[in-house]
Write a protein that binds this ligand. Sequence first.
Ligand SMILES: Nc1ncnc2c1ncn2[C@@H]1O[C@H](COP(=O)(O)OP(=O)(O)OP(=O)(O)O)[C@@H](O)[C@H]1O
Ligand SMILES: [Mg+2]
Length: 359
Amino acid sequence: MSFLTLESLNKEFGDFTAVRDMNLTIEQGEFISLLGPSGCGKTTTLQMIAGLLPPTRGKILLDGKDITKTPPNKRGLGIVFQSYALFPHMTATENVAFGLEMRGVAKVERMDRARVALDQVKLGQFAHRYPKEMSGGQRQRVALARALVIEPPVLLLDEPLSNLDAKLREEMRIELRLLQQDIGVTTILVTHDQEEALSMSDRIVVMKDGDMAQIAAPLDLYERPLNTFVSDFVGKTNLIKARAAAGSQGQSVVIVDGHADTLTQNLTLALPGEALIEGESVTLSIRPEKFLMSKEGPGHKVEVQASIFMGASWLYRVNSPMGELFVTQPNTGAAGYAKGDTAYLSWPDDAVMLFSEAA
Ligand SMILES: Nc1ncnc2c1ncn2[C@@H]1O[C@H](COP(=O)(O)OP(=O)(O)OP(=O)(O)O)[C@@H](O)[C@H]1O
Ligand SMILES: [Mg+2]
């Protein structure tokens, strides 16, 4: 049974629609991410769930109860915002216990529960520190403990890791996910970072201009995006303009127009799938890591325009019969291709995603 339900949720600011007809059912214990570019309506959605912003239309149900008009403090949800705003004059324990004081919990119990929450986020030994005596990551965890200590039915996180440096952010992703699974709290994370969403979520809701573009589990979303927007926003990809040619049953044939500045003329590709309407504009999407690059072939001849060493992998920009492409190849320890090198590019049929829309 759905634990948290959004029913045709809408938010309008004047004649601008920030969130349009959001329908979502979330299971108990699920970790859901709202992912999308700046301004797509992620924070607005989260604030409606928190009760900080009234919806223009629609309903929010928690555990079968309509909470659309319930004030935020009566919903009892745990919230961590990007700016986690700890009280500077209070220790970690006092910061965490503060929410319990507001709820009228007696002092001894408050301190006990605050200590348990700090242990959960592995900050037991920092209980007596003030915020200015802690690192960004430690402060972030105090904010998390403060949200968890009230044992909320739902944890709402709005870009909670965006203030942290890259390495700490990656560590916190894993810790946060393990903690969430451990205590089983239903969690909604707002992020514009696709890696964060992919690595932490059970399901991801991709949003665009107030609409839901796709809802799927991370691997499905990455491998089977519904449109060019999702394929380009989630992960990196090469979007290639093409036009449909006549194909037989179970086959779509597309022609990629040759580019004057590249090495060959038009390229015809036969792909698995329904025959397309001849002449229709389509878009191909191939992820950079799906290519196989070799010195001798087989494959299409390409010229390396740029070669960038990324540590775990090489990133190349190549000139190909399909135009300019980004290609990543794993670092095997051997030297990579250099600018100006000739190489051969191939790819498995199923690496090509075909969208019947113009790029
Ligand atoms: N109080 C408001 N009045 C008018 N427009 C608003 C208001 N709050 C938000 N908006 C608009 O609604 C849209 C969605 O805003 P929202 O804060 O939900 O975006 P977001 O997806 O969280 O973006 P970001 O990643 O930048 O935080 C934006 O275009 C924003 O300008
Ligand atoms: Mg936001």
